[in-house]
Design a protein around this ligand. Structure first.
Ligand code: COA
Length: 332
């Protein structure tokens, strides 16, 4: 049975850099607070209304196709992970497909927030192993900046998020020394409302009201401290589960790429796994939290800088709204 391997990667962020200091025009915050609590120094935001997530994904896909020396017509399938779709429906996968001009191939949308790329990777890996599809475009793309609460209640979440897209093209390999070794996915819906966006919603009637808008129910809300604690514990557990499934331990890890929600979360995970600085990669200082895009953006940067090389044992892990979380083990 073949495994999935990464054929190529790419990413794209909008041109507009937004520094922590600039955020002070909307929120009572400071560069020092944001750096100390989160590690974020800047993020990229779209020009409002000019670019949707699928536009960012298109640029990232073009980069990955060029590097793979492939044409979009060679893709068999699109898997698109996002919590900020261009529209409520249809899913963003079809918009990206239309922009790529490859009609007919399936486009699956994944709604697992910060863990979306890993859920998508698990699906792509299964489809490649079973020979259902040979060339899968896996996307994580977000536009958060147009959905932030610029009022006082939005301060805690508003400073965290950035826009961006990262993609991977996956294909089969028969080599037994590389590829996706396994994926490990988890969820616990008991905590759904600790990080969520309440409206508009088909579970409510009306789906959205003027009162909802006045009360800010259209914005994401988070109980940050609770989420922080769970993020550390669940990512740790799932990394150990992924390594344990192969009789490996933290000492075998060449590179850990964790979801970029808060540098402090990743520092605790690094400490608990006892990993040296050269065994982990973080880029949240430059991009903020780009949700489903954080892992593919980080992977692409590691490929381009040479930190990911043939033979590297890579561990990916993520945690987010749902709660959902998971890990993947990849021999590059
Ligand atoms: N600027 C300045 N002060 C802020 C602020 C901001 N942007 N956001 C919150 N504060 C204030 C709070 O009002 C509070 O003030 P008080 O002590 O006077 O009440 C104080 O800072 C501490 O708030 P708290 O929410 O306890 O901060 P924290 O240390 O937990 O950091 C997060 C907040 C959001 C950075 C942190 O909780 C976090 O990263 N959580 C997890 C995020 C995550 O993993 N998400 C999952 C994937 S998206």
């Amino acid at each position: 049975m073949p495994r999935a391997e990464f054929i190529s990667t790419g990413f794209y962020v909008p041109e507009r850099v937004v520094t922590n200091d600039e955020l002070r025009q909307w929120w009572d915050t400071s560069d020092q607070w944001i750096r100390e609590r989160t590690g974020i120094k800047q993020r990229y935001w779209v020009e409002p209304g000019k670019q949707g997530g699928s536009d960012l994904a298109l640029e990232a896909t073009r980069m990955a196709l060029e590097r793979a020396d492939m044409d979009a017509s060679e893709l068999d399938c699109i898997i698109y992970a996002t919590l900020s779709p261009d529209y409520f429906f249809p899913g963003s996968g079809v918009y990206l497909q239309r922009k790529l001009g490859v009609f007919g191939i399936p486009a699956l949308d994944i709604r697992n927030q910060c863990t979306g790329f890993l859920y998508g990777l698990a699906v792509a890996d299964a489809w490649i192993r079973t020979r259902q599809y040979r060339r899968i475009l896996l996307v994580g793309a977000e536009v958060h900046s147009t959905g932030l609460d610029f009022g006082p209640a939005g301060r805690d979440l508003g400073v965290l998020f950035g826009d961006g897209a990262g993609v991977a093209i996956l294909g089969p390999t028969d080599a037994d020394d590389r590829g996706v070794l396994s994926t490990h996915l988890f969820a616990d819906g008991r905590y759904a409302e600790l990080l969520w966006c309440e409206s508009d919603a088909s579970a409510r009637f009306p789906r959205i009201s003027h009162q909802d808008l006045d009360e800010g129910r259209q914005y994401a809300r988070m109980q940050g401290r609770e989420v922080f604690k769970h993020a550390v514990a669940r990512m740790m557990e799932s990394v150990l589960a992924a390594l344990g499934a192969h009789g490996l331990g933290p000492g075998d890890v060449d590179l850990l790429i964790a979801h970029q929600a808060n540098l402090r979360i990743n520092e605790v995970v690094q400490r608990q796994l006892d990993l040296r600085d050269d065994r982990v990669y973080n880029n949240i200082d430059r991009y903020g939290n780009t949700t489903a895009a954080t892992i593919p953006i980080a992977i692409d940067e590691c490929v381009q800088s040479g930190r990911l090389r043939r033979g590297t044992l890579l561990v990916l892990t993520a945690f987010g709204s749902g709660f959902t979380w998971g890990s993947a083990l990849v021999r590059w």
